[in-house]
Write a protein that binds this ligand. Structure first.
Ligand SMILES: O=C[C@H](O)[C@H](O)[C@H](O)COP(=O)(O)O
Length: 260
């Protein structure tokens, strides 16, 4: 399956696992995430402004950057975190932080994804951080996405899991209904995301998330994106179209690097 997906690569490199991790050792999903993350950090150079992603995969990359800084192997790094959680992690590791107001151009961002299609389009935001991620990764010269092979899909929405949309809390049911109606040809079901104790999940920006579940292919992604963004009440959606410049996939056969 991974090979069929790789055939769409504009440029692709398949790397063998390090000897210590070669089959028949069965790696956990978290170990695969860590392998992808460490590979991505090899792209980091001293003096860079870095977008620091959010989620269980990006966490490994942030840990590694902190470690290399501590060892003196990286110097003069400035990180721009994509969530409050990543901000806390980076601060705890002593990574100097900034923001897009001060550094409007980011050299490199490293972040995970929930889905990756054969054209390197992504679904992001199942952790709720899609807005800040899209702002930071949209300001990057290079965006390296890191995933384990379970994230590969034939088309966005193809996992059957959530396609997140950040919306304002005001009259959220109205906005959720509009979203569902807009994507009705895809058999869309829109559900408000709940957090702890059944309360609505609230993003770092004070907004809600509506998760879209699509029973059919969404079709033209640009058309769907534009239609979603035209709905008043929508802040941003989790489709990251043409944003990743590189995707690093860690799987049981090794690491695959796909470049745009
Ligand atoms: O909002 C969360 C982010 O978009 C994450 O990058 C995405 O959900 C992937 O997270 P994970 O690496 O934990 O699977």
């Amino acid at each position: 399956m991974a090979i069929a997906w790789s055939e769409k690569a504009s440029s692709m490199e398949v790397l063998a696992m390090p000897p210590s991790l070669s089959p028949p050792v069965i790696l956990t999903q978290d170990e695969l995430k860590k392998i992808a993350a460490y590979k991505a950090v090899e792209f980091v150079e001293s003096g860079m402004v870095l977008g620091l992603g959010t989620g269980s995969t990006a966490k490994h990359a942030v840990d590694r950057i902190g470690e290399l800084l501590r060892l003196g192997k990286l110097k003069n790094i400035v990180g721009i975190p994509t969530s409050k959680k990543t901000q806390e992690q980076a601060l705890s590791l002593g990574i100097p932080l900034s923001d897009l107001d001060t550094h409007p151009t980011v050299d490199l961002a490293i972040d995970g994804a929930d889905e990756v299609d054969p054209h390197l389009n992504l679904v992001k935001g199942r952790g709720g951080s899609l807005l800040r991620e899209k702002m930071v990764e949209g300001a990057c010269k290079k965006f390296v996405c890191i995933v384990d092979e379970s994230k590969l899909v034939n088309h966005l929405g193809g996992s059957g899991l959530a396609m997140p949309v950040e919306i304002v809390p005001f009259c959220w049911k109205f906005t959720a209904r509009k979203l569902q109606n807009t994507l009705e040809n895809s058999g869309c079901v829109a559900k408000l995301r709940n957090g702890a104790e059944g309360e609505p999940f609230v993003t770092d920006n004070g907004n809600y998330i509506v998760d879209l579940y699509l029973q059919k292919n969404i079709g033209d992604l640009r058309v769907a994106s534009d239609a979603i963004l035209r709905i008043a009440g929508v802040v941003e959606h989790g489709m990251f179209l043409d944003m990743a410049t590189t995707v690093i996939v860690a799987g049981e056969l090794g690491i695959t690097i796909k470049n745009k």
